[in-house]
Design a protein around this ligand. Structure first.
Ligand code: NAD
Length: 294
């Protein structure tokens, strides 16, 4: 049994912490929102008064927070108070630069650390099937792997500090662009009098095949489990897609990468969000492209 501090018990953090409890670990949790603490307590998490109290006796510290500024401020607060050698794992999706700064804060206090963002959403968090993309030293990764296992379907060591975040934003830039591409194809098909099913049957077994089409089809019918079949209830909210596309654009600007389609996807999702659809599934962008509301 390992004592794990879990800071950030929201939509993702709570089910992840629950799986660590189920795996037999002692989980000491903290969140700013009392209602999230109540849910965590019901899952068997020991609720602590604040973040420093949560990390005090922990061998491992996991953070699952909204953004880079939250992670850095929590790290500054807890790193000086952590046990000697405690392993820090940040699973939030944040910008690569902040991730590297977080590693540096941990290192300053002699603490091994990895950035380990996830994909798989709240469903994957509940089922313990998340994909973890990890960045950090070989030793830190080796120590983190058994801790991540009860929450994971797949764990990939992507490279050094920040490489997990780099993999996450590159993957989600592909996803945002491909969803818009698939949605545009359905909109064009509609104008040409081609049925959704006919386009799906051809493209899903042709060179247009991709996850946005075959798993997350943005029109109802061809893939009964996709959010289009439940009025675009997320799933993966458009607000989070916009967040990740913005992170990708920041990284592209900072590194000099040329990503015109990533930039266009970020613009389109910004407009979709601004029209009041931040809480809709990101595949609802098809309604924006049609000029109708989800
Ligand atoms: P959420 O808003 O539900 O949870 C974040 C939690 O952090 C909140 O409960 C908030 O109260 C807490 N928090 C903020 N500042 C804090 C502080 N200083 N101390 C303690 N707690 C604090 O968000 P979420 O959906 O759980 O997402 C968490 C992270 O995971 C984000 O970075 C998100 O981009 C990423 N992510 C989310 C999904 C998803 O489908 N929801 C999928 C993959 C990755």
């Amino acid at each position: 049994m390992t004592t794990i501090a879990f800071i950030g018990l929201g939509n993702m953090g709570n089910p992840m912490a629950a799986n660590l409890v189920k795996a037999g670990h002692a989980v000491h949790g903290f969140d700013l929102m009392p209602e999230n603490l109540t849910v965590a307590r019901d899952h068997g998490v020991v609720i602590m008064a604040n973040a420093p109290a949560a990390v005090k006796d922990a061998d491992v510290v996991i953070t699952m927070l909204p953004g880079g500024k939250h992670v850095l401020s929590v790290y500054e607060d807890i790193a000086p108070r952590a046990r000697k050698g405690a392993l820090f794992i940040d699973s939030s999706t944040i910008d690569v630069e902040s991730a590297r700064k977080a590693h540096a804060v941990a290192a300053k206090h002699g603490l091994p650390s990895i950035d380990a963002p996830v994909s798989g959403g709240t469903g994957g968090a509940a089922a313990g099937t998340l994909t973890f993309m990890a960045g950090g030293s070989d030793d830190a990764f080796a120590a983190a792997e058994p801790i991540l296992k009860p929450m994971a379907g797949r764990i990939v060591h992507c490279g050094g500090d920040g490489a997990g975040q780099a993999a996450k934003i590159c993957n989600n830039m592909i996803l945002g662009i491909s969803m818009i591409g698939v949605a545009e194809a359905f909109v064009l098909a509609e104008k040409l009098g081609l049925s959704h099913q006919a386009l799906f049957d051809v493209a899903s077994t042709s060179s247009g095949q991709c996850w946005s089409l075959t798993t997350y089809c943005p029109v109802p019918g061809p893939v009964p489990t996709s959010p289009a079949n439940r009025d675009y209830k997320p799933g993966f909210a458009a607000a989070l897609m916009l967040k990740d596309l913005k992170l990708a654009q920041e990284a592209a600007l900072g590194s000099g990468a040329v990503t015109p389609l990533g930039a266009e996807a970020a613009q389109l999702y910004a407009l979709f969000n601004a029209q009041g659809h931040a809480g809709a599934d990101f595949s609802g962008i098809i309604n924006f492209l049609r000029g109708s509301n989800p």
